[in-house]
Design a protein around this ligand. Structure first.
Ligand SMILES: Cc1ncc(COP(=O)(O)O)c(C=O)c1O
Length: 363
């Protein structure tokens, strides 16, 4: 968490009131929640009532898909590289409601072809969802082009902007979106805090029925401290230095391991993400060795680690299963510098040498 987000969290955590209560303590909590809502709304250039607080990006994605599809039957068009909180939710809801689910594959660089996606959208389509940037490769998607087409046809368009917020210029209008998902912990806020942003005039059924909080769209007492930390993080996060470090790391990687495959290298990517495969290696084994050396990297998607299935994102890019299993994902933060990039590379080279010697039986 960013220091400013910790401070905002601590200040809000000691306010005893429930934001729905009428008394002075409740009003204090309500003010903190409203202030956080205003900051997020201003950033995304929407009115404050558009912002719905949730327990994170996963819940915001579920709220959007369930809230749009309730009582609706037709075609749902999403990309095949969505985060599981969109992909698996769409699969479950479509099976339950007998909707047709259309998955759009990526090209070899991990980019969804906007024309292909638009061609799949027709009068029967009830929802389209495309992420702003992929969580495994960092590859940025042609969201505005798909959004413009959806607007022409009057089809609701959702953007999972969890990875892009704070790193790319993100407003609802620029993305031509009706719904947008964001998560606090990706930008230095506390974990377990997210928002779904709803464009005025779009239709969304409520979620988690109960006390009717968040204008009846998401019942449950709001996480006031989490919301305050999210807003503070949005004001202070700065990922601008990450790209230099990531590019330096990849230049070392290519020089020292010429057989490495960097996924999405030719595409526009977020500046902090590097996803690569080390041929002949198992990503999970590399991950465990790097973990022992103090590095926290992911193999495939962090959200699905523990599973032995190769990454669905790399598969959708046409990467074969062996190479996909050899993949690692490194995310650089504002706290990293070139020394960290060098240390990681040295550790990776050492690990590969040890594993190769073990495989050859000489250790
Ligand atoms: C693109 C994307 N969407 C959704 C999520 C889920 O967000 P949360 O962890 O806040 O539930 C993640 C988490 O990594 C993500 O990367």
């Amino acid at each position: 968490m960013l220091p400013q987000a910790i401070e905002a969290w601590q200040r809000a955590a000691v306010v005893p009131g429930n934001p729905s209560s009428m008394h002075w303590a409740g009003r204090q909590a309500r003010r903190l929640l409203d202030d956080a809502r205003d900051v997020i709304a201003q950033h995304l250039e929407v009115e404050s009532s558009a912002v719905i607080f949730t327990s994170g990006g996963t819940e915001a994605n579920n709220l959007c898909l369930a809230g749009v599809l309730t009582g609706n039957r037709g075609k749902v068009v999403i990309s095949a590289i969505e985060h599981p909180s969109v992909l698996n939710t769409a699969k479950a809801l479509c099976a339950h409601q007998q909707c047709e689910l259309v998955l759009i594959a990526a090209d070899t660089q991990g980019v969804i072809d906007a024309d292909k996606m638009c061609a799949a959208i027709d009068a029967d389509t009830v929802l389209v969802s495309l992420m702003l940037a992929n969580n495994e490769t960092g590859v940025i998607q042609p969201v505005a082009a798909v959004g413009a087409h959806c607007r022409q046809l009057g089809v609701p368009f959702h953007v999972d902007a969890v990875q892009g917020l704070g790193k790319l210029a993100v407003t609802l209008e620029a993305l031509q979106a009706d719904f947008l998902t964001a998560s606090g912990h990706k930008i230095g806020g506390s974990k377990g805090t997210g928002v779904l942003v709803q464009r005025r005039g779009s239709r969304l059924s409520g979620w988690m029925h109960g006390g009717g909080q968040e204008r009846k769209r998401r019942s449950g007492t709001e996480n006031v401290a989490g919301a305050a930390s999210f807003a503070a993080a949005l004001q202070y996060c700065d990922f601008s230095a990450c790209q230099n470090v990531r590019d330096y790391f990849e230049s070392l990687l290519i020089t020292q391991m010429p057989d490495v495959v960097i996924h999405g290298q030719q595409a526009s990517r977020l500046g902090n993400t590097s996803c690569f495969s080390v041929p002949g290696m198992d990503g999970e084994t590399l991950l465990m060795q790097l973990d022992l050396a103090g590095f926290a990297v992911a193999s495939g998607s962090a959200c699905s680690s523990g599973k032995r299935e190769p990454s669905h994102v790399l598969r959708a890019m046409g990467v074969d299963d062996t190479l996909a299993r050899a993949s690692l994902r490194v995310s650089f933060g504002p706290e990293h510098d070139k020394n960290d990039a060098e240390a990681l590379l040295q550790s990776l080279l050492h690990t590969r040498k040890v594993l190769q010697r073990m495989a050859a039986g000489s250790l």
